[in-house]
Design a protein around this ligand. Structure first.
Ligand SMILES: [Zn+2]
Length: 205
């Protein structure tokens, strides 16, 4: 079922208003964000989870959610994101490493990360488990999409009952490249990596 435009608009405005309030408060206070997958949504996602290693990523749209701001003190605010209802998204393309989809404007998104490690997007090169299985980390693309959409959060389902909420504030753009920031960068470089080769050797993985 698709949202009618007026409802979609209303939804977008509601998110925008909520985000604006949080942003305004966040300007003065330190905000900790919590995501809560309520039972109604959790049951659907739990039932749909599969363990096979060749599956593509899947996607959902968050159709009902509630944002609650809890003021702990004038300088501390907890923002709690309750997700109440999700619906499968219309998927354009999907592979074990990627899913291309878009929910309506103002409707936050959820996608799965699979329980497998895949060398390429071809399912025949996927194996169950391994270092990339059950990854709860948003990819750079995941963050960029969230920022571009302007949603207050997005979610990764990375195991049957494991949900990773992620937020625009986690993805910080580089400082503007003016003379001040160039000076800052140079100062950082000097203080943390006086010898670049040794620095890399010492900390490379
Ligand atoms: Zn992802």
């Amino acid at each position: 079922m698709r949202l009618q435009p007026p409802l979609a608009l209303l939804r977008a405005l509601r998110w925008a208003a909520g985000a604006a309030c949080l942003a305004a408060a966040g300007g003065r206070a330190q905000v900790v964000r919590f995501g809560v997958m309520e039972d109604s949504a959790r049951a659907v996602l739990r039932a749909a989870w599969r363990e096979d290693s060749t599956q593509p990523e899947r996607a959902y749209c968050v159709r009902r959610a509630r944002i609650v701001a809890r003021v702990i003190s004038p300088t501390k605010i907890d923002s709690i994101f309750h997700v109440l209802l999700v619906r499968p998204a219309h998927v354009d393309t999907a592979s074990p490493n990627h899913v291309s989809f878009a929910c309506h404007a103002g409707t936050p998104e959820l996608h799965t990360h699979t329980p497998a490690t895949c060398l390429t997007d071809d399912p025949q090169y996927c194996a169950a488990g391994g270092p990339e299985a059950y990854s709860c980390q948003p990819s750079r693309e995941d963050y960029e999409k969230l920022i571009q959409r302007g949603d207050p959060f997005a979610i990764i389902q990375c195991d049957r009952v494991a949900f990773r909420f992620y937020y625009p504030s986690e993805y910080v753009s580089p400082a503007k490249d003016d003379s001040t920031s160039r000076r800052t960068h140079r100062a950082l470089h000097e203080s943390f990596a006086p010898n670049n080769t040794r620095f890399i050797t010492r900390f490379s993985l």
